[in-house]
Design a protein around this ligand. Structure first.
Ligand code: ADP
Ligand code: TRP
Length: 326
């Protein structure tokens, strides 16, 4: 099994990223050959601050390694260190119907959001984003792609592109499958919507204690009194997050108390904060060690890129031969 996934360096990573993508990816590193990368080319579609991209890229590397990504078990690299992917993206773009990209939710959402204030930011890269993502996946002959639910359509686009190319030029690419964990497919943010950097409703994996405590304490709740029973307790955002970071019996106990009435939202959030803080304690310590040893982190990425390039070169050659460039 060849596993591959990527994450953009577009801001501090949060619980949605962790439970939706990072933890599944980390668990899969024991089950096959895993390739994980920092999608810095992709981040260019929405972020145009060079210094910030550099900083974010380093932060993602630190976050991922601190959370348990093991460079001895997987290949961890920066997307742009293997620039072969851009050539494959071009090749794939010539077999990608415009309509396929026009239907992508992620593009349509971003376009709708940008359209009001700045139409110029709806750039070609944003539109072509899924083609580059297809190149990422196909370049490494990946069959399993662990992602959150919002990326499912992009993996389906990749499948369509691979089939189209194989059909036109002969069997060349492995057709991949998304791997989505139902229980963490959509982690809710502080306002109850999907947690996302672009909605400003995130709870970061790593942050200073005081501001993150404040964030957790200000999770949006309704105005029912503590005494009122809450028959919909399982829908409460704090309960949903608690289920991720606390032992099952602890989360079940909080949920039962909320359902019965008598548990105030303040106490629920305090409980959530304590478990969240504790859940990442070991990772936080590891992150501090790594941050003091950036040479090691850079070396991991350099060695990852070398290994990734071996595979990338092989697949690119196969694709070039298939379509008559060689
Ligand atoms: P964001 O929405 O914050 O910009 P990304 O789009 O960069 O996050 O997502 C990176 C990875 O994390 C993807 O695999 C995505 O599916 C996953 N992910 C992001 N937010 C969530 C969430 N709220 N629940 C589950 N998975 C998520
Ligand atoms: N589009 C993904 C995201 O925003 C990041 C990504 C880029 C990716 N290339 C990929 C994920 C290939 C999986 C496989 O989260």
């Amino acid at each position: 099994m060849r596993i591959l996934s990527g994450i953009q360096p577009s801001g501090a990573l949060h619980l949605g990223n962790y439970f939706g993508m990072m933890r599944p990816a980390i668990e899969l590193q024991d089950q096959g050959e895993a390739f994980y990368f920092i999608a810095d080319y992709h981040s260019m579609t929405s972020l145009s601050d060079a210094a910030q991209r550099r900083r974010n890229t380093q932060d993602v590397a630190l976050d991922f390694l601190a959370c348990g990504l093991d460079p001895k078990k997987c290949v961890f690299f920066r997307q742009s260190d293997v620039s072969e992917v851009t050539e494959l993206a071009w090749i794939l773009s010539t077999v990608t119907p415009m309509g396929l990209l026009e239907r992508c939710h992620s593009y349509k959402d971003k376009k709708a959001k940008l359209a009001d204030d700045d139409l110029d930011r709806v750039n070609h890269g944003l539109f072509a984003y899924p083609v580059l993502m297809a190149a990422d996946i196909l370049l490494y002959d990946s069959n399993v792609v662990p992602v959150g639910r919002d990326q499912k359509q992009h993996v389906e686009v990749t499948r369509d592109i691979a089939l189209k190319f194989n059909n036109l030029y002969g069997q060349t690419f492995v057709v991949p499958e998304p791997r989505i964990r139902d229980e963490v497919a959509v982690v809710p943010g502080s306002d109850g919507q999907k947690m996302s950097k672009s909605y400003g409703n995130t709870v970061e994996i790593f942050a200073e204690e005081k501001p993150i405590r404040k964030k957790v304490m200000s999770l949006l709740m309704d105005s029912r009194t503590p005494q009122e029973p809450k028959p919909d307790a399982e829908k409460n955002t704090a309960i949903q997050l608690l289920k991720l970071v606390a032992p099952a019996e602890v989360a079940a106990d909080f949920e039962a108390r909320l359902r019965a009435g008598g548990l105030g939202y303040g106490d629920l959030k305090k409980g959530l904060f304590a478990h969240y803080w504790n859940y990442f304690a070991a990772a936080r310590a590891r992150r501090a060690e790594l941050a003091a040893n950036l040479d090691y982190v850079n070396q991991v990425l350099r060695e990852g890129a070398q290994k990734a390039r071996v595979q990338a070169t092989r697949t690119l050659k196969r694709a070039r031969q298939a379509c008559g460039l060689e």
